[in-house]
Each structure stands twice: as structure tokens, then as C-alpha cells.
Design a protein around this ligand. Sequence first.
Ligand code: BG6
Length: 487
Amino acid sequence: MSFDLVLFGGTGDLAWRKLMPALFQAFRHGTLPAGGRIIGVARDDLSDEQYRALIRARFDEVDLAKRPSPEEFDRFAALLHFLRVDLSKPQDYQRLAADLRERNADTVVMYLATAPSLFTAACEQLAAAGLNTPNTRIVLEKPLGHDLASNRAINETVRRVFSEKQIFRIDHYLGKPSVQNLFALRFGNSLFEPLWRRETIANIQITIAEDLGVEKRGAFYDQTGALRDMVQNHALQLLCALAMEPPINAHADAIRDEKLKVLRSLKAWTPQALAQDVIRGQYSAGNVAGEQVPGYRSEPGVNPDSMTETFVALRAEIANWRWAGVPFYIRTGKRLAGRDARIVVNFRPAPHAIFNSPPGAANRLVIHLQPKDGLELHLLAQGQDNRQQKNAGQSLSPVHLDLDFDKRFGSGRVGAYERLLLDVIDGRLNLFVRSDEQEEAWRWVEPIMEFWRNDNTGPRPYAAGTWGPSAASAMIARDAYCWSEEC
Ligand code: BG6
């Protein structure tokens, strides 16, 4: 099958940091269909050769294991082309159209790895140049808008030009092998399903912690913040995967219908919940892995009086029969104590104690998403021979069943962007987000944005290298629970 993948923003950060390495990995793994072209598109004036040289130089900055040898790069580089396109100039789209028409590939993928403010204009221009043919797919990177209204405006324009089955909205968390394993755990095994409900589960915690700061994206991040950057999309998609009902099959719409129901069932915010159950924080200077790092307000591109949050912790509830009353805690932030994304499912303690168990001990399932990818099941067992002690033989200690997917399946597993790009080329929509899901997620976070706009106390400071403001621990402690690293 021949394909043309047109990468708008072809010289940008996302292209060289994530997309090119992912395409190269697919090429190396032999999964990139033969007969393809990858066409970088940007305003720069570059020849194919200059573009290849630029990408080659950038590969020096990606993970060593993912770096190509010179010979390998040359073979990959034969797929790379460059076309100068100014997104505001109709004649440039005409040139692109002429190039694509000449080749007449089976599939054409338009990947908009540009600022979202350009999406609407780009789609209209693509249509005007006759580039919205049935064999064309369009890929939109997050963030898709900055609130519900702007998200809708983008989606409406894109849908005027392309049908929903041509639109691939990326949330790269859905492409992570660990997140796919979450679906496999829930819907490929029958073991947990009877336990996956309010009667047995006390609370669920979703943590996406990063040790990095805002790096070179200060200006973008300062307009965005953790709620829009991580909660509205990645964290809520994880929550959907955890809370959704089993879909009737593995087709895209069956999965998306169930995720949508979860988003629609999220309990609406009350003024009291907004004041108590959402904590925002901003990192100040601190120490991360032995290195002194500056505070957020001193990062390049960030307003020195910025009120933007780099941390959010919140308590959500899902109002349906399966989950009523079970708190779902979501927490994400930059410059936290480590890079660690995990889901912790805390089961209810045994209903009647006949053993001596450590205080608060109960079963727990830890789903490690990154950097480790695996499952840990915490059980209580009688390990030591304690006949000499009082209550002989009756004291239990925690033990773990530990499953390491990297060890089990090897580290050559397909990465998130690699997987998603191949899915776009193959036309598989399962791991992409539908517009109604996105809108529902925006609808749910908007009251938080509104509340913060009117609350000038601003985000709570936390020292870089910690787990965020202590208010996040106080929030969960009100339910008599604690974050998994604290208990
Ligand atoms: C992106 C956010 O969507 O996800 C970034 O914009 C964040 O701010 C990144 O750093 C995290 O992705 P990952 O795959 O490194 O967890």
C-alpha cells in the first residue's frame, strides 16, 4: 500500500522529538508499509537533502537505543522529502496538491503538528485545494482548543471538510503499551471484572508525575497549565479506560461510546467541591535528583507573576451504579519527586478482621504506566513463623505479586507515537478520540477554569522535587485515605 504522510510543522519540536523517531522505529521494525513518502512541510526554504540533514542532526538528541546507524539513516532518509508551504498562502496548498496528485498514493495522511490556532485555516485551505479526498486522513495534535467553545469551533470546521472517520485526534497516552494493557487487563481477563465496582473498590488514584519542568515550552505552557495540558485529555482518558463498561466489541465506536458514557457520568461540580476537591500548585525552586532547579516563574518564556498551575490534584466521582461514591483521585504535575505514571486501585479491607493486619492494610492493584510498565498486586500473607509471639500464627504482612511487562515482552515494544502513526496509515481509529469525548471532557473541566479565574489566591507553591502542595494530601485525607506513596 502506498502512502504519503504530510507533516505540517515538519521542522518543529514535535516532528523531530517524537514523530520522526517513531517513524524511524516503524521503519526499523519493518512495519512501515513499503512505498511511502514522509513529506515535511514548513515555511523554511529547504531542499530534500537539507531536510534530511536537519533530521539526521536532530536524531543525535534522541535516545541512544533509538538512534539509527548512518547506513540505517540513509535508507530511512530516502523516504523523507520537503516542501515549503506557508499555511496562510493558498498557492502553496496548490503546489502541495499538485505534488500529491502526481503520485496518487493509496492513502494520504495530513498530520497537523502545528499550533492549534492554525488548524481551522489549514483545514479550509486543504479543502479549497481539493485535498479532502476520501483517501485522505487528518491527524490533529492536542491541545484541540483551550476551552469548550474553541474546541467546538475547531471540530466544526474540521468536520465540514472531513468526515469523522477521516479525523484522527491524538492523545498519545492511548498509544502507550501500558495503557493498552489496561484495556487488556479489564476486557481480556475475567478475573477482575466482578471486583471492579463500588462494593469492592474503596478508591482509585491516577498519578501522572513528571520530574521535568517546562523545558523550552515556557511560553506555550504558561498559556495552558496542567489542567488543560494533562487533565482534560491524558488523565481523563485513563479514567475512562478504568471506569468504562466492557464495550460490545473492539471497534472504535464501541469503545468510544463507552468512554463517552463515563465522561457524561462525571459528577457535576458544586461550589463546595470546587473549593475543596481541586488543588492547584506551582513549583518553586528546589532540588530534583540532586540538582538545583529554578522555580516556574523564573523559567524562560514564563511571566514572572504567572498564576498558571503546574500541578493539579482533584477528586472526581462517577455517578452511575458501578461507581457511585467511589472517589477517583487524579494528580499530575511538573517538577515532582520523579517520573512516575501509575494507577492505584485500592480495594476495601476485609469486612471482618480475624488476623492482625498492619493498620490500613488492604489489597491493592498498582498499574505502572511509566517508566516501569507492569502490574503489582498487593496481598496479605502469613510469612514468618511467629509461634513465639502473642496471637501466634495470626499476624499478616504485605506481599506483592509483581509482573514486569518490559521483562516479559522485551524492551523492543512499539512506542506510543509509532503505534498511533501506523494506525493512522492503516485507518484504525480505536486509539483516537472522538469529538464528543473531547467536548464532554472540556465541559467537565470548564467550571474549574472558571472558578480559578475568579479566585485570586492563585496556585499553591510547592518545592520542585516534592509531591506537590501539602493541600493535595489534606484533600485525600478528608476521605481518610492517602496517596499511595504516603501509605
Ligand atoms: C504532553 C504534554 O501531552 O504529554 C507535556 O503536553 C507532557 O507537557 C507530556 O510532558 C508527557 O508525555 P509522556 O509520554 O512523557 O508522559
